[in-house]
Write a protein that binds this ligand. Structure first.
Ligand SMILES: [Zn+2]
Length: 340
């Protein structure tokens, strides 16, 4: 297949059919371009401003999204598309090439750079492209993440609390369709998030943490595929039956909330983290989560990190070494599902 190399303003989101692009962004120093792969599939009933985009590699060292969406690019049944589907397996191509969370060229985290800036450094230009050229074409946004080299997760999808009840309900349903055991409500204070930017534009917006450790988690790839196809069908962009749930049954799914910063257990000093319980375990107040060792003081016993409240251990440090003030673990509180 020959991909068409195009500037952002040359993409065709309206003519029925499938188009595979490399969207070009001039390299900040050398003669050449960063090329972001973007597949646009438009069906006969596509409506202005309605569609679904699935994005992988907002962070360059998280791999379930890129693998699942690349597989969809190869296998997508375009004949079933009635509306508009946009697939971006690797958004931050610069960070992905380096295998790093952030963009090496400017040191910026793409998931802190939204809504972006067309005249900014390369990461801000990527964000601006998504915000000004992709978001106006869609009403549903799926951003696939995983723990990278920082956190080990109980796999989850995630969304923020929004005021519009219809948007909230649609987001909860879309999040559940991935089949993760946990659906996480998370805080919306961090500036520059892709998902927050889409949400404020009224879009059904889902984030996720489908693996960890800079690896490819088999279940995570399957969850991403299931969730993206389910959202495409439920949101009226694709015909056919919902894919079979291969993962956690709906009745066993747990809604958790870690929008309160009290859920975040910080390392009180620089040390080595030893987990005592596994991610996904139920925690009671004061229960031991893990131990922080100081190998500069080999004869001093480790400090105990304990659960701040009742809930579930959603994630904890993947790497052994943690800095003072780094999040070592997150204990999320249980929430009621929104009424059907
Ligand atoms: Zn991420």
């Amino acid at each position: 297949m020959q991909r068409q190399i195009a500037y952002p303003d040359a993409l065709d989101f309206d003519t029925p059919g499938r188009r595979d692009y490399f969207v070009r962004f001039e390299h900040p120093t050398s003669w050449g371009d960063f090329l972001i792969p973007v597949t646009v599939i438009v069906g006969p009933d596509a409506q202005t401003g309605r569609g679904l985009v699935a994005i992988g590699s907002t962070h360059g060292n998280e791999y379930e999204g890129p693998v699942a969406i690349k597989n969809l690019v190869h296998n997508f049944d375009a004949a079933r598309v009635t509306g508009r589907i946009i697939l971006i397996p690797v958004l931050n191509v610069a960070a992905f090439k380096a295998g790093k969370r952030d963009t090496p060229e400017d040191g910026v985290n793409l998931n802190r750079a939204f809504p972006g800036n067309a005249l900014g450094s390369i990461t801000y230009r990527f964000a601006d492209f998504v915000n000004r050229f992709i978001f106006p074409q869609v009403h549903a946004v799926i951003d696939i993440h995983s723990g990278g080299e920082q956190m080990r997760f109980a796999q989850c999808t995630s969304f923020h609390i929004v005021e519009d009840p219809a948007q909230h309900k649609a987001m909860a349903q879309t999040a559940r369709d991935f089949g993760c055991r946990f659906v996480m409500i998370y805080q919306d204070k961090t500036p520059g998030l892709l998902t927050s930017t889409a949400e404020r534009q009224g879009k059904i917006t889902i984030g996720s943490e489908l693996g960890w450790g800079e690896s490819v988690n088999r279940e995570g790839v399957s969850m991403a595929r299931q969730g993206i196809l389910s959202a495409a069908i439920r949101q009226g962009q694709m015909s056919g039956d919902l894919p079979k749930n291969e993962h956690c049954a709906a009745g066993d799914q747990i809604l958790v909330d870690n929008s309160d910063m009290a859920c975040y257990v910080l390392a009180p000093f620089e040390g080595h983290y030893e987990p005592v319980v596994d991610c996904g375990e139920r925690m009671s107040p004061g229960q031991l989560i893990g131990l922080l060792h100081d190998f500069d003081r080999i004869d001093v016993p480790p400090v105990e990190l304990r659960s701040p409240h009742d809930g579930y251990l959603l994630c904890q440090s993947w790497h052994a070494g943690v800095y003072r003030g780094e999040v070592a673990a997150v204990v999320s509180r249980v929430k009621e599902w929104p009424k059907p």
